[in-house]
Design a protein around this ligand. Sequence first.
Ligand code: GLA
Length: 390
Amino acid sequence: MLDKVEISKKLIDFESRFGRSGKIDVCFAPGRVNLIGEHTDYNGGLVLPFAIQQGTYMLVRPSVLPPARLYSDQLGLEARIMTPDVTKKNDWADYVRGVYLYAGETVCGEIPPFDAMYFGDLPLDSGLSSSASLEMATVLGLGSLGCRLSKEEAVKVCRRAENDFVGVACGVMDQFAVAFARERNVILLDCDTLEYRQIPYNLKDTVLVVGHTGVRRSLTDSEYNERRRECAEALSLLSARVGPRKNLSRLTIKEFEEARWSIPDTLALRAQHVIYENVRVEEAARCLETGDPETLGYLLNRSHESLRDLFEVSSFELDTLQEISAAQPGVWGCRMTGAGFGGCVISLIKKDALERYLGRVPGLYWQSTHCDAGFVVTTPGEGAMEVEVL
Ligand code: GLA
């Protein structure tokens, strides 16, 4: 999170942009890292995400007349929400417009006009859920205008904004993690039932490092929707063999292995990833509970290989950073996190090996890719919240 001095400076920027009048509210929603359980959420599977310290801030104040005026400090771009017909403009503010529209429609009716400024320290398009963070900060901002949503409603509204308004067919993990995260805990979420459990993160003498490959990814342009389609097709073909199943995660490894020959190879590889990854999540949760970084690291490495070779959502840079990281002394394991196709690698490292890791890996990575990687040491943080500045 940014400190109070930095936030106060932004309050001054807000006033010079929108003028001085009443009180400005400050809302914050973090980004997230998914420890393990990748591309399982839209297959009704298990995930193990946690919130990070970096995130999106929204400064918000009611105004007198519509339209709502928006400004993204990170992008240096203005936008508006024109009412009553809120339509898509294909810009950054569509996430905000979607939340505004569905929060109004489904929960609180009319929302008063407002001015809002967004800023933060979360890199965009990096697999750390900057979009869910923007959406959830907006939910809180609307709350300060009188449109309060429960966490469950917020998750639904944000996901709908992303699926139906922006047009990205994401699962539920990101919005859920950003809303429900608790400091020093990792969430074990069943994406089919939305049952969840907070698991205390207390692996002794380890640190989590998020390494950004320096390559941004674009979900909408990527093969994300294609993977979803392949999973749906695999499910329907496998169901014809083993009996109807609601989603891929409902197949056991045994059922899958007995039926895999009956479906096209590529689809079998995709399904294999999902079904085995789901089991890895259960095992990883056990490792957190029993305090076993060694097995957890092993699972992270296997997850990465599966995403690389079976699900094929990794990239040259992600593989290079993962491979270099995994080879360093004191690294228990590492994997790409998020949708893939660029973005970040999460590494589980012994505390006393951290300095050496940070001293060596950036250079080695640059030699292989000619990209600058960025590294942040992180711990599971708190979910979305209003921030008291004064
Ligand atoms: C993106 C999506 C999530 C999830 C991950 C992959 O972050 O928004 O719903 O599917 O990719 O695990």
